[in-house]
Design a binder for this molecule. Structure first.
Ligand code: NOJ
Length: 561
C-alpha cells in the first residue's frame, strides 16, 4: 500500500553550521549566516533543512557533545537568531528539522556534572557507571573515536561509558526519569515550531543488560561491541514510548541515524503501523569500500556490491517503510571524490551521481556543497586537521603505534570527515567568501573554480542540474512512489534500473566509469520510451533507448510505459 506523506515528497538539505556561512568574521559559520543564504536554498528547490547541532557545546565533537539542549552555542548566535531563522524559513515555506543528540550528552552538561559527584546523586543513573574489573575497564568495548569506551573517574572510583569521545558520556535510557527529561526537551522544541528531528546514532540507546565483553578471538586491546548496543533489546519499546508521548502529537518528520541497522530492523523502525519513526538513515552503502579492519582500511568499490546493497534496501522497504537517500554528509568524504572523478569529469560525474540517487525511492538529502560539486581536500600536515576522529586515530596509529605517517595520511585523504567540513565555497574572493576572518578549518584551494557564485550563473552547472532533479521529483509522483527493479546486476560499470507506478515507467541508466560503455536493455525488461526526462550529456531523441553507447559518467533517464 502506498502511504503518501509530505516528508516522502521533500528534498532535504543538510547544513553543517560551523562550515556554512560566517556573518560576523570570527571564522565560524553562524545562524545569521544561514539566514543570508535561504534564498539560495529556496532557489535550489529545497523543502527541508536538517541543521546539524547548534546547541551549547564545548565542541569536542563540533556540537555533537551538547552541554545544554535548550540554549544556542555562543559562536552560532542567540536564541533570537534561531527564532528568526525558523520564521524566515516558514515564510519561504521551508521546514526545519533539528539534530537530536540523546545517545550521549557532553560531560559538561549539568546532568553529568551532578552524576559524577557521588554514587547516590539523583543524577547518577542518568549515565552508565560501572566499577572496574580486575583493575581494568568494565568491558573490552572500543570507542568509535579510538581507545576504550570507558573512562575512569576518580571521584567515585568508577568508570562511565562513552561510545564516542570521553567528553560524550552515554545517557542511560534504562532510567525512566532520563527518558522523561528527553521527551520534555523534545516537546519544548516542537512547541517552538520545529518540524522534526534527525536523531543521532539513535539505534544505540538500548544496551544489552550486563554489558558483556565482545568476542575477541584476535586478543585485541579493545573491540567494537556493536552487537551489544546496535538495535538493542528495548529499542522498539523506547521508540513506541517516544512516539506515543511526543512524536504522534505533531505533524513532523523523524529520521533515525542508524549505523549497523539491517533491512529487517529498518522495516520495524519505519513501518507506519508500528508507530515508531518515519525513516532511517543507514550506512550499508558507505561501508562497501572498507576492508575487514574498518573505515581506514581502504578498498576499491565494486559497483556490483553497491547494486546488491541498494537494491536490497529498495525492494525491502518498498510498501513497508522508508529510507533516506544520500552519498555524503558531514561524516563522509565528498561524493564526487569517492564515487565519481573530481578532476576531469568532476561536473559530469557529480551530475551522474545525483541522477542515480534522486531517481531512487526514499527522501534525498543534499549535503552542503554537494550541489556545486565540492571535493575532498588534502592538507599536507596533520596539524591542519581538526576532527577528533582523525586526530585520535592518527595519535593511536602513528604516534603510539609507529605506523607509516604517509600511509595514514593517505587514508585520511580518502575517508577523513574533514573532507566534508571545509568551509562552503561561496565565491572566488578570499576564503571563498565564507568568512572575512580566519576560517576554523582551511578552505579547499580549488575554490576559484568550484564555487556557488559561478555555479548559479552557469546554465550547465551541477547546481542547475540539481534544480532540475529536485523539480522532477515534485512533478512526477513515480519518482517518489514507483517500485524499483534492478537491471544488469553483474555489470561492473553501468548501474541501471527501472521504476514503475500507475502504468508509467522510468528507465535510469548511469555509467559509473570513465570509459565509454555499451548499454543494451535486456529483452525481458518491458519498457517503451516516450521522452528523455533528464540527462547529463545532450541526447538527440528516444530512438536508440534499447541500445546505446554511454559516454564517461553519462546518465540518462527515460520516461515511458
Ligand atoms: C553521528 C554524527 O553524525 C557524528 O558527527 C558524531 O560524531 C557522532 N554521531 C556522535 O554524536
Amino acid at each position: 500500500m502506498t502511504h503518501k506523506a509530505w516528508w516522502k515528497e521533500s528534498v532535504v538539505y543538510q547544513i553543517y553550521p560551523r562550515s556554512f556561512n560566517d556573518s560576523n568574521g570570527d571564522g565560524v559559520g553562524d545562524i545569521k549566516g544561514i539566514i543570508e543564504k535561504l534564498d539560495y536554498l529556496k532557489n535550489l528547490g529545497i523543502d527541508v533543512i536538517w541543521l546539524s547541532p547548534v546547541y551549547q557545546s564545548p565542541n569536542d565533537d563540533n556540537g555533537y557533545d551538547i552541554s545544554d539542549y535548550q540554549a544556542i552555542m555562543d559562536e552560532f548566535g542567540t536564541m533570537e537568531d534561531w527564532e528568526e531563522l525558523l520564521a524566515q524559513m516558514h515564510q519561504r515555506d521551508m521546514k526545519l528539522i533539528m539534530d537530536l543528540v540523546v545517545n550521549h550528552s557532553s560531560d559538561e552538561h549539568k546532568w553529568f556534572q551532578e552524576s559524577r559527584k557521588s554514587k547516590d546523586n539523583p543524577y547518577r543513573d542518568y549515565y552508565i557507571w560501572r566499577p572496574g574489573k580486575d583493575g581494568k575497564e568494565p568491558n573490552n568495548w572500543e570507542s568509535t573515536f579510538s581507545g576504550s569506551a570507558w573512562q575512569y573517574d576518580e571521584t567515585t572510583d568508577e568508570y562511565f561509558l562513552h561510545l564516542f569521545s570521553k567528553k560524550q558520556p552515554d545517557l542511560n535510557w534504562e532510567n525512566p526519569k532520563l527518558r522523561q527529561e528527553v521527551y520534555k526537551m523534545m516537546k519544548w522544541w516542537l512547541d517552538k515550531g520545529v518540524d522534526g528531528f534527525r536523531m543521532d546514532v539513535i539505534n544505540f540507546i538500548s544496551k544489552v543488560p550486563g554489558l558483556p565483553d565482545a568476542p575477541n578471538p584476535e586478543g585485541k586491546k579493545y573491540v567494537g561491541g556493536g552487537q551489544y548496543f546496535i538495535d538493542g533489546p528495548r529499542i522498539h519499546e523506547f521508540f513506541a514510548e517516544m512516539n506515543q508521548e511526543v512524536l504522534s502529537q505533531y505533524d513532523i518528520m523523524t529520521v533515525g541515524e542508524m549505523p549497523g541497522v539491517n533491512v529487517e530492523e529498518a522495516k520495524k523502525y519505519t513501518n507506519p503501523e508500528r508507530k515508531e519513526l518515519q525513516m532511517v538513515f543507514q550506512f550499508e552503502h558507505m561501508d562497501l569500500d572498507s576492508g575487514a579492519n574498518g573505515k581506514w582500511d581502504l578498498k576499491p568499490l565494486d559497483l556490483r556490491d553497491l547494486k546488491e546493497s541498494i537494491s536490497r534496501w529498495q525492494t525491502g522497504l518498498h510498501g513497508v517503510g522508508w529510507n533516506s537517500l544520500y552519498l555524503n554528509n558531514h561524516d563522509q568524504p565528498r561524493m564526487v571524490s569517492r564515487f565519481g572523478n573530481d578532476k576531469e569529469y568532476r561536473v559530469v560525474s557529480a551530475k551522474m551521481l545525483g541522477t542515480f540517487l534522486h531517481m531512487l525511492q526514499g527522501t534525498p538529502y543534499v549535503y552542503q556543497g554537494e550541489e556545486i560539486g565540492m571535493t575532498n581536500v588534502q592538507f599536507d600536515s596533520i596539524e591542519d586537521y581538526k576532527d577528533i576522529e582523525i586526530l585520535n586515530m592518527y595519535k593511536e596509529k602513528v604516534v603510539e603505534g609507529g605506523a607509516d605517517p604517509a600511509k595514514v595520511m593517505e587514508s585520511i585523504y580518502v575517508k577523513g570527515r574533514d573532507n566534508a567540513r571545509t568551509p562552503f565555497q561561496w565565491d572566488s574572493s578570499d576564503n571563498a567568501g565564507f568568512t572575512t576572518g580566519e576560517p576554523w578549518l582551511k578552505v579547499n584551494p580549488n575554490f576559484k573554480e568550484v564555487n556557488a557564485e559561478q555555479a548559479v550563473l552557469d546554465e550547465d552547472s551541477i547546481y542547475q542540474y540539481y534544480r532540475q532533479l529536485i523539480q522532477l521529483r515534485k512533478t512526477h509522483p513515480i519518482i517518489v512512489y514507483g517500485e524499483y527493479q534492478l537491471i544488469l546486476p553483474e555489470d561492473k560499470q553501468i548501474y541501471a534500473y527501472t521504476r514503475s507506478f500507475e502504468g508509467e515507467k522510468l528507465l535510469v541508466v548511469t555509467n559509473f566509469s570513465e570509459e565509454q560503455v555499451s548499454f543494451e536493455l535486456p529483452n525481458d525488461v518491458a519498457f517503451d520510451a516516450k521522452e528523455v526526462l533528464i540527462s547529463n550529456y545532450p541526447v538527440s531523441g528516444i530512438d536508440d533507448f534499447r541500445a546505446f553507447t554511454l559516454k564517461p559518467y553519462e546518465a540518462r533517464v527515460y520516461k515511458g510505459v
